[in-house]
Ligand binder design. Structure first.
Ligand code: MRU
Length: 363
């Protein structure tokens, strides 16, 4: 997607052929800064501290992390060390494990002298594939949007967190259909949940929609139910960090509440996802590990003052404890449909298997 007229992906290989570069998402929307990752430790830290975030981008960054590790030392012990360190960086998004398993399966049987080049090549392929998958999610989601408003009337979407191009390599998952609808001339407007505690909606989704010229309005997380009761939301669409075999969806904390409100108000609730976000080994969302993040994300806020300084402030009374579960699980029964790169299906094992028949359990 474009930033002030220049096309960007979220992550790419630098011109020296070794350094990896990425947009620093901790500084948006106030500063647009590109970071260099020169070591696997840089990549691990970038994932852990959310310089890069969003399930598909975490997978892509981990793949490049393995390449950086192989550039430094392609030995078996270093392969294992890099795999373990990157896997521990963030626990919920299954794309991380998917990418690391992919790289390890490719590299482990290979002579050490070939590992560096093979790892960089595969990381680049994963990025290209992610961009193409997300483009196709957008096409399939656009067909759903056209089904909801066949005469091309104004349509209001609501989204939570950031599942746009910043969360992927390009296009996004939940936002890809929105970009495609906007590009096709459909008058689409997006209600953007601010998404406390880290405000990925207010700081990232609003930023990228604004850069692409998509009409949007940021709302407090608590406003969505009210807007749905008033008929001001035609559909909800979110991303997912891990979808179980039965179609339970784990996404940013607060997603479940939006799904409940959507269900109560008869508002369709869609989830956009690429196949690496499906965890075929888990049936029930209750077994997904939920990341607990630092209490400071709840107790502090950062933003720009009128003088243009970016500052962080405390918002809690001194001594009040804060808890920070980062994700929740929306049960499949609250999801209208899953929108994937292969098409749209019911949020159920049968629905997913209809699109991914190779995953059917042997009879
Ligand atoms: O904690 P984050 O910012 O990495 O969480 C991101 C989300 O919850 C996204 O909705 C999810 O990764 C899907 S992204 C296409």
């Amino acid at each position: 997607m474009k930033v002030d007229g220049t096309p960007y992906r979220t992550i790419w290989l630098g011109s020296d052929g070794t350094t990896v570069q990425a947009i620093d998402q901790t500084l948006l929307p106030h500063r647009f800064v590109i970071r260099d990752f020169r070591t696997v430790e840089d990549a691990e830290k970038a994932i852990r501290t959310m310089i890069v975030r969003g399930a598909p981008l975490i997978g892509a960054a981990a793949a490049y992390g393995m390449a950086l590790a192989m550039a430094a030392d392609p030995s078996d012990p270093n392969l294992t060390r890099a795999y373990d360190a990157l896997l521990a960086a963030r626990p919920t998004a299954v794309n991380l494990r998917w990418a690391l398993d992919d790289l390890r399966a490719l590299l482990a049987p290979m002579p050490q002298a070939r590992r560096r080049e093979a790892a960089y090549r595969r990381a680049a392929e994963i990025c290209d594939e992610d961009a193409e998958i997300c483009r196709r999610i957008g096409e399939n989601g656009l067909a759903e949007i056209k089904r909801l408003k066949p005469r091309g009337e104004r349509i209001n979407a609501l989204t939570h967190c950031n599942a746009g191009w910043l969360a992927t390599v390009d296009w996004g998952t939940a936002l890809s259909p929105i970009y495609q609808a906007h590009n096709a001339g459909i008058p689409i407007h997006v209600w953007v949940d601010e998404t406390r505690p880290r405000n990925q909606g207010a700081s990232l989704t609003a930023w990228e929609l604004a850069k692409h010229g998509v009409p949007h309005t940021v709302i407090a997380d608590n406003a969505g139910g009210h807007l749905m009761q008033r008929g001001q939301v035609d559909f909800c669409i979110v991303g997912t960090d891990r979808t179980t075999r039965r179609g339970d969806v784990c996404n940013k904390i607060g997603t479940y509440l939006k799904a409940l409100a959507a269900h109560d108000n008869g508002v369709p609730f869609y989830v956009g996802l690429p196949y690496p976000s499906i965890d075929w080994t888990i049936e029930d969302g209750a077994s997904i590990p939920i990341e607990e993040r630092h209490a400071h994300e709840v107790s502090r806020l950062s933003g720009r003052t009128d003088r243009g300084e970016v500052v962080t402030i405390d918002v809690l009374p001194e001594g009040s404890p804060a808890a920070n579960p980062a994700f929740d699980v929306t049960p499949a029964r609250l999801v209208t449909a899953l929108i994937t790169e292969r098409g749209v299906c019911a949020a159920s094992e049968a629905g997913l298997i209809s699109l991914y028949p190779e995953r059917a359990k042997a009879a």
